[in-house]
Design a protein around this ligand. Sequence first.
Ligand code: GDG
Length: 729
Amino acid sequence: MARILIVSNRLPVTVSKNKDKIKFLPSAGGLATGMSSFHQNYDCLWIGWPGIVKDRINEKGIKEIITKLERLNNYPVFLSQSQIQAYYNGFCNKTIWPLFHSFTQYAVYQNSLWDEYNRVNRIFCEVILNIVRPDDIIWVHDYQLMLLPKMLREKRPDLTIGFFLHIPFPPQEIYRLLPWREKILKGILGADLIGFHTYDYVRNFLDSVLRLFGDESNMGYLNYQNRILKVDTFPMGIDYERFSSSIHNPDTKKEIKKIGELIGEKKIILSIDRMDYTKGIVKRLEAYEYFLQKNSEYLEKVILIMIVVPSRARVKQYQRLKEQVDELVGEINGRYATIGWSPIRYLFRSIPFYELTALYYLADVALITPLKDGMNLVAKEFIATKNNGKGVLILSEMAGAANEMGEALIVNPNNREQISWSIKYALNLSQEIQKKRNRVMQKRLKNYHVRKWADDFKESLLQVKSMQAEFSVKDFSLKNRLKIIEDYQKSKNRLFLLDYDGTLIPTTYKFKKIKPGKKILSIIQQLIQDKKNQVVIVSGRGKDILEKWFADIDIGLVAGHGTWLREKIGQWKTVKPLSNKWKNQIKPLLELYVNRTPGSFIEEKDYSLVWHYIKTDPSFGRIRALELKSSLLYLTSNLNLEVLHGEKVIEIKPTGINKGVSADYWISQKDWDFILAIGDDWSDEDTFQNIPDFAYSIKVGKGSSLSKYNIESSIEVLSLLKELMGKSI
Ligand code: GDG
């Protein structure tokens, strides 16, 4: 079984030093908790910073740490105090974190921080290169290591690399504010599989790729620098049983009893977050105060237990936030408290697991209202712990988790009236409805367990790898060239299936009205002088123009991507009987899209309609193309039509018409012992797919293809054809 290298900024074990004693404790946080169960179930090695700066340890200490961590399948990357300061507290948390959570006002752009971010990613890269084995799967996590996939790919193109972002990927108009936007995007694109929690983040990411590099995706697949990679949604789950069975733990039981006695009959509203401006703590407190103000009957009857875990205390915004939260809690408690009751119990520290689960279990309501959150595991853990089914989750629509937890009360974290109303509603919701809703969410959480999440990611990564092998760029080496010439010479019945634009004519002239020049015509003439050769030009162009250009040359022609065939000069036929009646039904929709999309236009062919968007704004054009495609799929479902999404075109044509079908036709005409198919774009893939195994197929250009070989350009195509004849004449 392949070994999995999990790479993240922090290890799941935190090393600290007390006087001279080195201590090892589990790390907190979503990533560490989530991945830990996966780590234990596979042959994994976890690589990351152990949480102690190397300035604080001597050689002996380093050895001790390495030995102990090795036993836990952990591998440390040592960083210095100044590196942590500039890379982690600096670039990660002052630039990327605020920007990616759309807090643009907090983002700082400083070259020195960026430089250190590069350096630390490079250190991780070197550590990995020293220990990686060829079959390993590398799974890089989160925003601290976005340059790492590319760094690894450059050194070892063969590696299997996945990348998962645990925080949101912002809309492109925000992402583009980043001065190093191209470099970071390229860094991530070094991976084979790129995962996000929600479809919104996937879309934002692909939008940025399109805007900045012009690369369009197809169903989440990108053909980036001749490598197919996939971008997809993997909503992270939790270790369900760990929470659902937690109340059987004696410590948790004791804690439930203790807190229960302390709180008495009062209803508990619970919130748990790191001290972070993205978590909406201030807005939540304001909404809670509003609730108390408007619903005085609840005074002394409810209590908000607010656990806030200290975080990033060295960053200015976090210090200010802490002051603000302290003040607000003080104010609210001061205003509403009575001798025996305060409305808020505020703990600014982390609590042990048994206390956490006791609180989850006891809370009547969980109030989780981040302003922006990649996923939010607390919401899921709260529901999982409720094994008696009682409790209500109030969840912000800005948390990724809201996509999967529609049975919760979903709120806008900025709308205090709505939050206040939801608290009241939650406190009065019948237990029957609470249970019904929670059971649905529990079933979902149980199914999409964190292990399933990780397995899915791993499987998907391996699938992309095998797809790459199928579609890889194969170099047309001298040895292969000589072999094709040798086979040509030995053969007696030869079929040439040659695409026109981009194959015989250079790509630069593609789609312009370029008739074949003397050179091309002469090569074709020479080819057909040899009676053993049958030449067919297989084009997407209309039959009239092809007939005009090749009126005097007795070659086979295929027009309209396989719609029309010419076996003899002037005699055209369709591969099968075709109808045109459908055009009247489809054309108005295309016209609507032309009006709505500046720069787009319709091309009408004999048996197909094409909507071109090459001249539109790339991002807008793509969005419109996807919209059009989905409307077309609906409209054409009963019409025996096919909707093809090609390079900046959407083409609608009768089903079963493509270059591959026309290739079948020619192939069935004779017992060929030599077939050569050459083409340059998506439509030629159908030809490559349909030709027999012994046939030669060549893609012009470096893109991935089903073809056997790739060659540089149409110039090389012409010289190959000449070379073949040079040897045979
Ligand atoms: C990032 C993204 C995404 C919290 N306080 C205590 C405690 N915790 C545990 C919780 C939970 C985890 O920490 C927090 O996870 P979140 O998902 O809420 O948030 P982040 O740490 O910011 O994580 C986030 C996540 O990555 C995963 O992809 O969901 O959006 O920001 O597991 O239980 N655990 C204990 N005591 C505490 O006081 N024992």
